[in-house]
Design a protein around this ligand. Sequence first.
Ligand SMILES: *Cc1c(COP(=O)(O)O)cnc(C)c1O
Length: 369
Amino acid sequence: MSAPAPIPFIDLTPGEDHAAVRAALDRVVARGWFVLGPEVGAFESEFATASGAPFAIGVGNGTDAIALALRALGIGHGDEVIVPAMTAAYTALAVIAAGATPVLVDVEPHTLTIDPAACAAAVTSQTRAIVPVHLYGQAADMESIRSVASRHSLAIVEDCCQAHLATDRGVAVGTRCEAAAFSFYPTKNLGALGDGGIVITGSEALASRVRRLRNGGQQERARHVEAGVNSRLDDLQAAVLRARLPLLPQWTTRRRALAARYRQLLPSSLRTIRERDAGHVYHLFPVLTAERGVLQTHLTSAGIETMVHYPVALTDQPAFAAFVSHECPVATAAASELLSLPLSPRLTDADVERVANAVATFVKGHRSA
Ligand SMILES: *Cc1c(COP(=O)(O)O)cnc(C)c1O
């Protein structure tokens, strides 16, 4: 009997969208307009509609989307911005890129999203904003975060880089705050064939400032009214994203179905991220175990590829040593226990069953897992 085919963590080659992606690329090449052209404008309005926001501004990547949203709010040098200690480092790097100071706070134990009480405890006279992260595709506890923000007059910029089409109590994420940022890095729920990002907002003034900042701070051609950056979405990526956006609802449904299957099949003793809201879009499906390293090796030898999101809490990253002012024990402990199982719309039911069975076999043999 031959070994079963390996299950990759993710397959980024186009699948059912292949023909539409090729046609999009050909269209842009034939047109010969590659940066801030008609595909970008069209995608901005289509993404705004899909995400329930009045305005959307395409930028170079998700990190820039966060940084430019903060800058457009007037946040920069001397200002503190609260971010969770368990996220992609880019969340905090974006705050630094905006010129502000990230303040790292702990996350909640069952969802690993930012802890509203920790946010409240971290507020100082310099605090200007909170950047909650909808980690793994699930909204942070926004009701509590909004109440902290309104009590202290703080802006909220939501990091929706893992949460395309996610909802929070039935309302689209990113639509009840000053601005929100999305990434189209190839592995995201909506991914390009390279880097890309977008800012959504309900404020026309904020939208036009982000629009200006992404393009060197130009008000009109060659008139730079402020020191912006070069962070433009290009037309090849926008065209690919336009081809994929109509498929995103069905891909999201598929992610939810596969996650539900994992929840049925995985041993109940194994810790998973709690689903607090059915609007979760399952960018990732992590489990937590004290035996993470051995479980990963066990799955690798069964032909199952896994990854860790994230192996180091931001408070334990050398790059952020200067910004550690609060203990983040939940994030630190999770970093040594997290293991993301494969979850992408391309997986079959049989793939997910094979992964779950392999995990169950391991757990049976390792009581302490
Ligand atoms: C991917 C990601 C980012 C950064 O997006 P890029 O497009 O890679 O710059 C920021 N925050 C989170 C939570 C992410 O997952």
